[in-house]
Design a protein around this ligand. Structure first.
Ligand code: FES
Length: 176
């Protein structure tokens, strides 16, 4: 499969205005002068920032001679990449077949209402990103959602909202 070549201008790329590109030093050192590096470089960049910010695109383009439009084409082609910042907790609601028939839609609906975001969106406080995903690999527990490394199975919409509320409570109790 080939990622589509898209003409992209610097100002079209997203920034949250606080990207520290020195965090990319190690990635640049590791891949400098090597070939076929675009996808691993983008994957490592996303691991650092949670998405690919404008400043990272520009630094990777300058330092590793990766074409801006090619990188953008890859990021928009593969679902694993993100172009906008994500919340501290990513809620993945499974919409694979087993979960779909067990009312995964109800879970997403309840979470959308409780968080006041649409599927794919991030809450205003930056705490949660809600997204629908394909099979999470634990269909016997359907319907399932994952938050970080934690899996929640045999859920109802109410259960899912309760999990979110508990995370919010825990976050408030954490020292700042
Ligand atoms: S379909 Fe949801 S975990 Fe497999």
């Amino acid at each position: 499969m080939r990622a589509e070549r898209i003409k992209i201008k610097r100002q079209d790329l997203v920034t949250d205005g606080k990207c520290d590109t020195t965090l990319l030093d190690e990635v640049i050192r590791k891949y400098s002068g090597k070939k076929g590096i675009m996808i691993p470089v983008l994957q490592e960049t996303q691991k650092i920032f949670g998405y690919i910010p404008r400043e990272a695109f520009l630094r990777l383009s300058d330092e590793l001679a990766l074409n801006l439009s090619d990188m953008y084409g890859v990021v928009t082609f593969y679902a694993q990449f993100r172009l906008s910042p994500v919340g501290r907790h990513i809620i993945r609601v499974c919409h694979g077949t087993a979960c779909h028939v067990q009312s995964a839609g109800e879970i997403t609906g309840a979470l959308e209402e409780a968080l006041n975001v649409k599927d794919g969106g991030t809450t205003k406080d930056g705490l949660f990103t809600l997204e629908s995903v394909a099979c999470l690999g634990c269909c016997s527990l359907a319907p399932v959602m994952m938050i970080g490394e934690d899996t929640y199975g045999k859920l109802t919409g109410k259960d899912a909202v309760r999990v979110i509320k508990n995370i919010r409570i825990d976050e408030k109790e954490l020292p700042v």
